[in-house]
Each structure stands twice: as C-alpha cells, then as structure tokens.
Write a protein that binds this ligand. Structure first.
Ligand code: GDP
Length: 538
C-alpha cells in the first residue's frame, strides 16, 4: 500500500498538487542578469512568446502607478511580486526579489518563503557581495541551491576557475551539470553532462526568440564546432573530468544546500537555457513541511495554513492600500475561506485574494502549498503572522536579520514626538525598518537600522506622506550589530566595554551595537560568538 492510500481524497489531491510546484527565488548581485534570466525562463517556460515584455511591463508600471516616488525617481523596483509559469505539468512560482544595489530585508525574507534558491553568477565577476549575503540565508535554512553561470558569451573566468571561485567564496561544493563549448566570443553551445548531449546553438532575433539548437553526441558535435583542435582537446578533457560528478552527487548534501549543481549559459542569447530549465524542474524541491513553533513538521496535507513573508504598503497612493503576501504551507486554499490569525485569534475572510503576475492581477480561486496568495488590506496582518483555517498551528519562521546601516532620527517639529514613535512602530511592524532606543538616549531621538541604505529614504518618505511628520535624519558611527538573548550576564559583560553599546528594539529584543570591527571581535572573544546572533528567530 502506498503512502497516499491511507489519506483522504482531499489530502491526496493536496499532496499531488504540492509535488508539482517549484517555489524558488533568485539570489544574485545586481547586473548579473537576474531580470534577463527571469524573462528567458518565462520564454522557455512558455509563459511569453517573445522576450522584451517584462522590461516593458516594468516601464509601464512606473508610468501607471507612482505609489512611491523613490521607486520612480531611481527607476528601480523597490517591491517585488510573484511570477508564475507552468511547463510540462510543473508549476513554477518565482518569488521575484529586487536586484538593485540597495537591497532590503524583503529580499532576505523572500528566501524564507522559497523552497529552492537559484544562484545567478556573472562569469566575469564570480561570486559577489550581495550573493554572499543571500547565500547566508540559504545556508541558515538549508535549502537547495542551483547555480546558473551567466554571460558566458562574454570574456570571463574559465569554467574551472568559476567552479573553484564558488567553492572558495561560499564553501559549498559546486558540481558541474552542463559545460560551455567555447567561451567569450567563441561560446557556441552547451554540453549536457547529465544527458550527455552537445547542444550547438545560434541566437535568434537578438535573443528575443528561443535559440536555434542542434543536438549531437560529443564527438559528432565537436566535428561541427568552430574551435581549434587544441581547444577541442581541452574541452574533451574538461568533460572527462566533470561528466560523472552529477551522477555521484550526494543527494543529502544537495538538499541541505551544501552542494550545488552548476549550469553555464547566456541568458541574453538563450544559450544553455533549455538544458537548465529541464533539470531545474527535476532538481528544485517541491514544497517541504515547515516547522511550527514547537519544532514539529506541519505536514503538507493537513488543513490550510500559511504565513505572511512580505507586506507592501501604498501600492496605490490614492487609497493607502496594503497587501500581505502569504506563503501557503499546508492544505488547500479556496477563495472565501475563513482563517484565524494565530497570534490574535481574530477571524478573517479571505474573499479578495489576488495573485500577481507582473502587473496583471488575477483573482485566485484556489491554491496549494508552495503558492503565494496576496491579500489586500489585511487589517492586523504583520510579517510573520500565521493563518490557518481549522487545524491550528503557529509558525515562527521569519528571522530578524542584522541591520547593517544605522541612522539617528528625530522630528523637525518637537511637538510630533508621539507621531514619530507611532509611525516608526508601524513601519517596524511592517518590516520596513528596525527601530531602537538610542543607547543612553535622551529625549526625542530614536535609532533606525536597516539591511539596505535605501530603506532610510523609504522611511523618510512614508513618515512624511503617511504620518505627516518630517524627519531629521543624521549619521551615527555604529559599524555592526548582533542580536542578543535576554541574558543579563552577557548584557552586563558587553556593556562594560567602551565601544560596545546594548539597546533594544520596540518589542524589547536586545541588540548590541559596535563602533568597529575590532569591537565586534573583542565581544566575540568575551561572550562567545555563538551568543551574538546574525539572524534571530523573532
Ligand atoms: P539584474 O540587475 O541582475 O536584473 O541584471 P539584468 O538582467 O538587468 O542584466 C544586466 C545587464 O547585463 C543588461 O545590460 C543585460 O542585457 C546584460 N546581460 C544579461 N545577461 C547577459 C548575457 O548572458 N550576456 C551578456 N553579454 N549580457 C547579459
């Protein structure tokens, strides 16, 4: 008897639906090609027929909605949506995160809602800073990571150099899954190391259409390839060296994010994408059970549950509206169901949920684990809120990330202290910014902390437009921070150092601020690095 036979019909349906979902997020540094690759995945996934529309849609969105002046001014996307496409009966949910330089905690939180991370690396640059930060979150969650080395049509590191760069920078084991035939200007296709086929490719219509592809076995393909005999010989050697690595990959190491299959290609020219997408569907995880607050797995087939991983306010400035993005963790979602908010016990009817595909909003009738539902004007929902229909559960899955940028803030008008606290408290609850008491602070000032510096502009703008409070923001000299437990002994030890300052956020969670990297090192020695948290479960 199979595992499915003991379940009710509805549970079977839920599990089967969940199994064909792949919910993933892209981790990359700006300019590595995330936007281009996203679009090409939609092209190869059959969701669009010609590339170019996403950028177009991005541009239209700025024109149609100026919900946030900053977004428009800087021509970047501060917010993110979910892109869905279906291919060969597999449903992909791409939790689209912004890829600009000033990234925010939102970008990190999105990874908490993803089952797989797709790491995009620029072949010329190797692993870059923002990718490393995002990688830390993947490591914490132990989710599988699949790597795409992009821009192989440009001069860059040689494939073997990329492999060792990934290993050295991230301490993860890279396992070649495809291999580029020629690189830079000579890049002309991909060897599929799993299927053992050489794909010779030509770009079509500057990459707007799928690449023209001819498949050969290795030797036949090499006869057709435009490479010198010496380069062909080198290619054979590299293939010999790498071709069995995927077969021997340690499944557990891959599942826990300790080994990553590496694909090569060019998103711009559409080289290597067919091979990549085919194996991505196989390799990427279907939804896994999340752990509830007691550490027990919430089985996928149980009653409906989910958690809010992202809040987006003021999508339309005329209505002061707000959307909560909910990752479904178990059960079936149906429009109109009544859910309970686990921390307040409040009941909410899910009557107008939407999914967002770019800018077209479709009302969603049903959804399964792995899917994301966005609910407009969700009242008291906050980041991390758990909801369930009739089978109670509470998740505590959204960590506090360590702020890396700090500013001191007060109101220009001294009579607006109350608005300052109230407004900032709300923004903190929405997850826009961390708000702390100033260490040894007096009067009117509060301390803001963010993961990305752009968030300060967001805070300033929103405080002015939504709370009618003009801020005075000034710099402070804090260099780094670490979250703490409520442990008086450790707090006292830390407070005794001159360049180390303990304070707390508006919920009373203690945090320590350091004036320098040296002060941080000193503290690690004094109280133990294991007591200073880079991420803290909220
Ligand atoms: P993002 O910032 O990561 O979203 O990067 P984009 O997708 O916007 O790409 C950044 C730049 O790199 C753009 O000018 C793209 O046209 C270019 N680009 C993306 N993929 C490739 C590629 O495979 N080859 C080359 N030569 N350029 C690419």
């Amino acid at each position: 008897m199979s595992e499915l036979d003991t379940l009710t019909k509805e549970q079977q349906e839920i599990i089967e639906e969940a199994r064909r979902r792949r919910t993933f997020a892209i981790i990359s540094h700006p300019d590595a090609g995330k936007t281009t690759l996203t679009e090409k995945l939609l092209l190869y996934g059959g969701a669009i027929h010609e590339a170019g529309s996403i950028r177009q849609r991005k541009a239209n969105r700025y024109a149609a909605s100026d919900w946030m002046a900053i977004e428009k001014d800087r021509g970047i996307s501060v917010t993110s949506s979910v892109l869905r496409f279906e291919k060969d009966n597999i449903k992909f949910n791409l939790l689209d995160t912004p890829g600009h330089k000033d990234f925010s905690e939102d970008t990190l939180r999105t990874l908490v809602a993803a089952d797989t991370a797709l790491m995009v690396i620029d072949v010329a640059k190797g692993v870059e800073e923002q990718t490393e930060k995002l990688f830390e979150v993947c490591k914490m969650r132990e989710i599988p990571i699949i790597t795409f080395v992009n821009k192989c049509d440009r001069p860059g590191l040689e494939p073997l150099e990329v492999i060792s760069n990934i290993e050295n920078q991230l301490g993860i084991e890279p396992i070649p899954a495809s291999w580029p035939l020629g690189y830079g200007r000579e890049f002309q296709g991909i060897y599929d190391l799993i299927g053992k086929e050489l794909h010779l490719q030509h770009k079509e219509e500057h990459g707007a259409k799928k690449a023209h592809t001819e498949k050969y076995n290795l030797e036949e393909g090499l006869k057709e390839a435009q490479l010198s005999d010496h380069e062909k010989e080198k290619f054979r050697e590299e293939v010999m060296l790498t071709e069995d690595m995927m077969k021997m990959m340690d499944e557990e190491a891959f599942k826990n994010g300790k080994a990553t299959p590496v694909f090569f290609g060019s998103a711009l020219n559409n080289f290597g994408l067919d091979v990549f997408l085919e194996y991505f569907a196989e390799l990427a995880h279907p939804p896994q059970p999340y752990l509830d607050e007691s550490g027990n797995e919430r089985e996928i087939g149980r009653g409906f549950s989910g958690f809010v991983f992202k809040m987006q306010a003021n999508m339309n400035p005329d209505h002061r509206d707000c959307a909560a993005f909910i990752r479904i963790t178990s059960g079936k979602f149906e429009r109109g169901i009544e859910v309970t908010e686990s921390n307040t016990g409040k009941k909410v009817k899910m009557s107008t949920p939407h999914t967002l595909m770019g800018d077209e909003r479709n009302i969603l009738e049903e959804a399964y684990p792995g899917d994301v539902v966005s609910l407009f004007n969700p009242g008291s929902f906050r980041i991390g809120t758990t909801i369930y229909s009739d089978d109670p559960v509470k998740f505590d899955v959204i960590p506090l990330f360590t702020p890396e940028h700090f500013r001191k803030v007060s109101t220009k008008d001294p009579f607006k202290r109350k608005q300052l606290r109230e407004g900032l408290k709300q923004l903190a609850e929405e997850g826009v910014v961390h708000v702390f008491e100033m260490p040894n602070g007096v009067g009117n000032e509060l301390l803001l902390g963010t993961v990305g510096a752009l968030q300060f502009d967001v805070v300033e703008h929103r405080m002015e437009t939504e709370y009618n409070t003009e801020l005075h923001i000034s710099s402070v000299s804090y260099h780094a921070a670490r979250w703490l437990d409520q442990n008086q002994e450790i707090i006292e030890k830390l407070e005794s150092s001159y360049s180390t300052h303990v304070t707390e956020d508006m919920e009373g969670t203690p945090i320590v601020l350091f004036d320098s990297g040296y002060a941080l090192n000193q503290a690690e020695e004094k109280v133990g690095a294991e007591n200073l948290y880079k991420f803290k479960q909220g």
